[in-house]
Design a protein around this ligand. Structure first.
Ligand code: NAD
Length: 494
């Protein structure tokens, strides 16, 4: 069986007594296995990153930028190959995998502009003969821990900016679809990144804890589920590290009575079932306001029959399988639970049968969902769309703002004033106006509120430059030495 190795100091490394299975979710078969790093091996990777740090942070900005320009070309030319790797381990359809690579490319393009991003500020003559300037320097070795659902894009959210800022990195990708991270590390190497600047270690809690506990690691970026994000934040912060930990989500899409019905239904279907709902920005709740509810549910239902569920490698497939058999069964359990709690099942994904032993479930649409139901309260992370009905905008916004998560939220309306009020009111980090999945472009930063993010820095974009650098402020005097004198007073400006 093919073994997916670690990548440390520029070379593949198959070490690890423990190994984990990697499945092809479309067939249900284990087709690879991945080496799990011990604490000692993670420490070796961190040592490799620390050894590479002095030379990398001293590398000119022009040479650093070159790596990202080269990487952009390589990623574009190898997108098909990389997408196939993603589909073989994650299950998402090939076009979706290619879309993920394209969104990750935005972070590479942003990083290529590092000379502009790392500019400091300067004030001349703040006091007589005294100037002040600020510079941004790398934090050091960065730990990056990523989830299964975007095995290319989410690592790039972190490593592109971290490396551009002069840091070195140890990446711990999801053990469920780990091949893409090794592929990325090799592309970086081909693009000219010196060995040791980007290292990949695989594994589970042991590997993650080794990153969190190693004093050489100065900053940790994490993306994953809320309970793990919270614990990562606490442990890394207790160990004195800078940390950003992005968690789960329950994204609401409010549809006002004046919205374009067809556009809203198209958006709801695309955003709820794309990537089988395994997106942190997927819409999982539609809040239908006023008398649009019946028509909207009808329009969404009408569109479901046309969706093809099957292997992501087939060109006409709209939606692939879920990541594991256990996860598929858990999602099916939520559908059963919702029916038992009184939700009206308009479409039941459990009834969709796909040949073979893949981790498939069809699309589910639930109407008359109420806030106390588990299907509403929990992040399901599957192709299940709940419709909650609200009589007024005020009721709808209160529902959204009472939710524990605050990743994304969208409004569908033709009323600019209502959209502006929603933008002002809603407690979420990313807001869409007639856009159901408002993932910011690479020139902005990504992050949620409430239990969707622990820490204060959003990820990628300008906030990542802040997160991955330390500022230094330099005060300089160039004056005639003959004017020098002793002065025990506190330095004051003159
Ligand atoms: P997960 O939390 O199970 O795993 C994320 C990472 O943490 C993996 O690398 C995993 O190996 C590691 N991990 C798992 N259990 C751990 C433990 N006990 N201690 C230490 N490390 C542990 O998440 P997942 O299932 O891979 O990904 C799906 C989740 O990620 C969803 O909740 C989704 O909303 C979230 N997500 C959030 C965003 C965002 O930007 N907010 C983006 C993508 C995914």
């Amino acid at each position: 069986m093919e073994l997916i190795p670690h990548f440390i100091a520029g070379a593949e490394n198959p070490s690890g007594e423990r190994r984990g299975p990697v499945f092809n979710p479309a067939t249900g078969e284990q087709h690879r296995e991945v080496a799990f790093a011990s604490t000692a091996l993670v420490n070796e990777a961190i040592a490799a990153a620390a050894a590479a740090l002095p030379a990398w942070r001293a590398t000119s900005l022009t040479k650093r930028a070159d790596v990202f320009f080269n990487l952009r070309t390589l990623l574009k030319s190898r997108t098909t190959e990389l997408s196939a790797i993603v589909t073989s381990e994650h299950g998402k359809v090939l076009s979706d995998a290619a879309g993920e690579v394209a969104r990750g490319l935005e972070n590479v393009e942003f990083a290529a502009g590092l000379m502009h991003l790392l500019k400091g500020e300067r004030d001349e003559q703040v006091s007589t003969n005294i100037d002040v300037h600020s510079i941004k320097q790398p934090v050091g070795v960065v730990g990056a821990i990523t989830p299964f659902n975007f095995p290319v894009m989410v690592p790039l959210w972190m490593i592109a900016s971290a490396i551009a800022c002069g840091n070195t990195v140890v990446l711990k990708p999801s053990e469920k679809d780990p091949s893409a991270a090794v592929f990325l590390a090799k592309l970086f190497q081909e693009a000219g990144l010196p060995d040791g600047v980007l290292n990949v270690v695989h594994g589970d809690k042991e590997a993650v804890d080794a990153i969190l506990d190693n004093p050489t690691v100065k900053a940790v970026s994490f993306v994953g589920s809320t309970p793990i994000a919270r614990s990562i934040y606490q442990r890394a912060a207790a160990n004195g590290k800078r940390v950003q930990a992005l968690g789960g989500a329950k994204n609401h899409m409010m549809v006002l009575p004046d919205a374009d019905l067809g556009a809203a239904a198209d958006a709801a279907v695309s955003a709820a079932y794309g990537s089988a709902g395994e997106r942190c920005m997927a819409v999982s709740v539609v809040v239908a306001v006023g008398d649009i509810a019946d028509d909207l549910v009808g329009a969404i239902k009408e569109r479901l029959g046309g969706l093809k569920i099957g292997a992501g490698t087939e060109s006409d497939t709209d939606m692939g399988p879920l990541i594991t058999r256990e996860h598929r069964d858990k999602v099916a359990g939520y559908v059963a639970g919702a029916a038992a709690e009184g939700a009206v099942v308009i479409a039941d994904g459990r009834e969709t049968l796909v040949d073979g032993d893949g981790f498939f479930i069809g699309v589910t649409l639930l109407d008359h969902v109420l806030p106390h139901m588990d299907v509403y309260k929990d992040e399901i992370f599957g192709p299940v769309l709940s419709v909650v009905r609200a009589e007024t905008y005020d009721q709808a916004i209160e529902l959204i703002n009472s939710n524990q998560f605050g990743n994304g939220a969208a409004i569908f309306t033709r009323d600019g004033g209502a959209a502006r009020t929603f933008e002002f009111d809603v407690e979420a980090g990313m807001v869409g106006v007639n856009v159901p999945v408002p993932v910011p472009v690479g020139a902005f930063s990504f992050g949620g509120w409430k239990d969707s993010l622990f820490g204060d820095a959003h990820i990628y974009g300008p906030e990542s430059v802040h997160f991955y650098t330390r500022s230094k402020v330099v005060t300089t005097r160039w004056a005639d030495p003959s004017t020098s004198r002793i002065d025990l007073g506190f330095p004051s400006n003159s």
